[in-house]
Design a binder for this molecule. Structure first.
Ligand code: GGG
Length: 362
């Protein structure tokens, strides 16, 4: 590159725990290679934050007290994975990932379920019907509202009562429904499948269903269906060609997107974007997978979920052609059989990254 870049995007990197470090390094290498080849059109200015479970063990905090202020000015956050056996999962999750998502009002979590060439999936049909859908996760309330309490009986061990309350607001339901319909409008298959368990959860999820039906009237060009979460789980396996945009509550969408990525071949493949669509706060891009303590530090992590998340970040920056180049390089790499062990290969994380960077320049 000669001279300063025409535009420099500032990115806060938060690798956090376990394989998070390896996959964030992988994604950064791909983005930096892309910038280097851009002839000065754009560059990335990275600042890394050392937060996570190791930080918690040293300081008693998952992130700095003023960490949100430190993140606020960045164009985006590139996150790895949170969680380590030495710290209770609810402390690590709430202390870092959820703290960022909720305080930065990243209320739309977009999780594409994408099938890659060269990766065996139990769902591939004999006629090779292309499968491609996206799970939209309501990311600010629902079962993750953090409302409830312990020791409510006051009668001590053996008689404890705990309460965990899901919160559904009409505004929260409406904005995620509109987001899903807008997304569906831009897709070849214009369809929204809304998921609840409103036969059993008769308050919040009925409000969700009613709000979605009301919003659907503004989108007569988009087909709509309402499916119970148990039936949707079966549909993911049995009729995936029927899906385009699947919108669900925080918990249901988390579970369904894991199912989707497992059906595509591995959790390691799944990318995601936690979006603040109003752009008042930075959005956060991260692979769907967790920290995978069993393989951490061994160079075995599949970097495709993290690199796909970097592509979603490029889309967010308005660099859609570049995002397309990254996705094409990922496809060429899987098609060539450069695969980590989770998808049946023998390649190391670094081999996959090298192949993707190589494909970028071909
Ligand atoms: N990169 C995603 C990640 O770190 N996930 C950790 C986790 O346990 N997530 C649970 C959740 O967000 O519901």
């Amino acid at each position: 590159m000669t001279g300063p870049a025409a535009h420099t995007f500032t990115i806060a990197a938060v690798p956090a725990d376990g394989v998070g470090t390896e996959v964030v390094t992988a994604g950064r290498a791909v983005l930096d290679a892309l910038a280097a080849a851009s002839g000065g059109a754009f560059a990335f200015d990275w600042t890394e934050f050392p937060w996570g479970c190791g930080y918690y063990e040293r300081t008693g905090r998952m992130m700095d007290d003023d960490g949100l202020d430190a993140l606020k000015g960045f164009d985006a956050i590139y996150f790895g994975a949170v969680g380590w056996p030495s710290v209770p999962d609810h402390i690590s999750l709430w202390g870092l990932r959820l703290r960022i998502c909720q305080n930065f009002d990243q209320w739309a979590n977009v999780r594409p379920v994408h099938f890659h060439p060269g990766i065996t999936s139990p769902l591939r049909k004999a006629d090779d019907t292309p499968l491609d859908w996206v799970v939209v996760r309501e990311n600010s309330e629902g079962e993750y509202a953090g409302l409830g309490g312990r020791n409510l009986s006051g009668r001590g061990p053996g008689n404890e009562v705990a309460l965990q309350t899901a919160l559904f607001t009409e505004k929260g339901c409406e904005r995620i429904a509109r987001f899903a319909f807008e997304l569906a409008r831009g897709r070849e298959r214009k369809k929204v499948s809304s998921v609840t368990k409103s036969n059993a959860q008769q308050y919040g999820m009925v409000l969700w269903d009613e709000t979605l039906s009301r919003v659907a009237r503004d989108y007569p060009d988009v087909e709509t269906e309402s499916v119970l979460v148990d039936a949707m789980s079966a549909k993911f396996v049995l009729r995936p060609e029927d899906l385009s945009v699947v919108v669900a509550s925080n918990l249901h969408a988390d579970i369904l997107s894991d199912l989707g990525s497992a059906l595509a071949g591995s959790l390691g493949l799944a990318a995601s974007a936690n979006l603040n669509p109003e752009r008042r706060f930075p959005s956060m891009f991260e692979p769907v997978h967790g920290s995978a303590p069993d393989i951490a530090g061994r160079g075995l992590a599949n970097p495709i979920g993290a690199i796909g998340s970097a592509a979603l970040m490029l889309d967010h920056f308005g660099l859609s052609a570049e995002a397309g180049r990254v996705r094409a390089a990922i496809e060429a790499t899987t098609a060539a059989g450069v695969l980590t062990p989770d998808v049946g290969g023998k390649a190391k994380t670094g081999d996959v990254v090298a192949s993707i960077i190589d494909q970028l320049s071909s």
